[in-house]
Every structure is written in C-alpha cells, then in structure tokens.
Write a protein of this length. Structure first.
Length: 111
DNA sequence: TTTATGGCTGTCA
DNA sequence: ATGACAGCCATAA
C-alpha cells in the first residue's frame, strides 16, 4: 500500500483537534511533516467533502483569525461553529490562541 | 506534460 | 500594532 498522501496527513491531524480548541495552518503543517507549508493545509481542507465530519472549522490562520476564502460567508459560518464549541472571539474577530490554541502533546496541564 | 491557483507564513518598514 | 511583499509546494485542469 502506498504511503499516505499529503492530504491524508493533514486530515489526520485536523481530525485529532479536540473540540473547543483551534489550530493554525502552520501548526498542522508542522505536525503533518509538511515542513511548515501551511498552504497545502488550507487547500486540503477546502478539498474536503461538504458532508465530511472533518473539523475544518477548527483550523485558522496564524493571526488567530478565520481565513477568508472565496465566500465571505464562510467566515461567518466558521465563526459560528467555533462559538458553538465554546471558542470566544474578541472584538477583532480574533481568537486567543494562547487560550484556545490546540496544544498537541500531553500538554502542560493547565491549572 | 505544463500552467495557474490557492482558507498561509515570516520578515521588513 | 498593522500593512505590504515574496516564497514554497501540492492539487486540479
């Protein structure tokens, strides 16, 4: 069987993002051995099926904001999904990565 | 096969 | 802190 494709790796990482937490494209790209090329991550997510169960909405850009695609409405929808998971946006529509940023690894247990 | 695009990132001012 | 520029690579036509 052939090795996993780049998209598969990305999907695997995104699937592992816990609920109520968000990860940046660079974060996923790094975990996916992409070497930091976050772009492919975004494309992979965009290539997902509409009925996929992939938590693509938990993936955001390094600025902590929701990346804009072709449809500005997607931004609104993604934000809605995140809020539904408990993620909070500030006035700038930005997420506090320090708080909601997904920390892979056993992670330092927060108090 | 080549060409064009694309949900980004990091650095500089 | 924000704004602007260039670079990298895989997928789809």
């Amino acid at each position: 069987m052939p090795p996993p494709s780049t998209y598969d790796m990305i999907y695997a990482i995104v699937k592992h993002i816990p609920r109520g937490r968000v990860a940046t494209y660079g974060q996923i790209a790094n975990l996916a051995n992409l070497g930091g090329h976050a772009r492919q991550v975004g494309y992979a997510l965009n290539a997902l099926s509409a009925n996929t169960r992939m938590p693509w909405h938990r993936v955001i850009n390094a600025k902590g904001e929701i990346s804009i695609r072709k449809d500005p409405q997607c931004e609104h929808r993604q934000r809605r999904l995140l809020e539904q998971e408990g993620v909070v946006f500030d006035e700038r529509s930005r997420i506090t990565l320090a708080r909601f940023g997904w920390k892979p690894r056993r992670g330092p247990r927060r108090s």
